[in-house]
Design a protein around this ligand. Sequence first.
Ligand SMILES: [Zn+2]
Length: 190
Amino acid sequence: MKGLSPEQHQLDLTGQIEKLRSQLSSEQHQIETPTLAYGPHNPLEVDLTLCDTCSGEGVLGQSNADNPKLRWQVRCRCCSKVSGQPTRNPWTAALMWNGVNLQSMRYSELPLFGLTDLSPRDAHERIKGIRANLVLRIALCSAQRQLFNAGGSNRKPGTTYTAKLEAYLMWAMLAHRLIKLAKARPRPQR
Ligand SMILES: [Zn+2]
């Protein structure tokens, strides 16, 4: 960080970590967090939905952009649709692909977060709480990693743990968009 001595930088990060920890353990936050158990599904495993444009299958592959590092992207087998910019992790590309092809998905069918039997309004409340908790936990990991890199700690948050939190957040954002769609879509009359 510019303008801060290494010691000040470490102190600053330690302060951030304290603050995030106390937010996470506050009574208010615990009331607003519906669950920390999102279900047995591994968030790094993502089934690709069909293309909204042509109903073609999405295919996950390595992009051959002129980036020297391995990057992932999903492409439609039939049309020119892609998931977006190539990403470092395959699950990010897969979740981005699903995020731009929402039509054949339903929030109630997601394998995470226990939304199956909830109305769009209740599902929205639940996802809002889950998202807020994930954002805090990811910020805590990031501050802890920075402190480790700055030499101020010998505890580094696990890479897989952090990746899973980030994937859960992407799933939660996907759920949020699907809930919004369901709210806008009139319920079929039975
Ligand atoms: Zn397509």
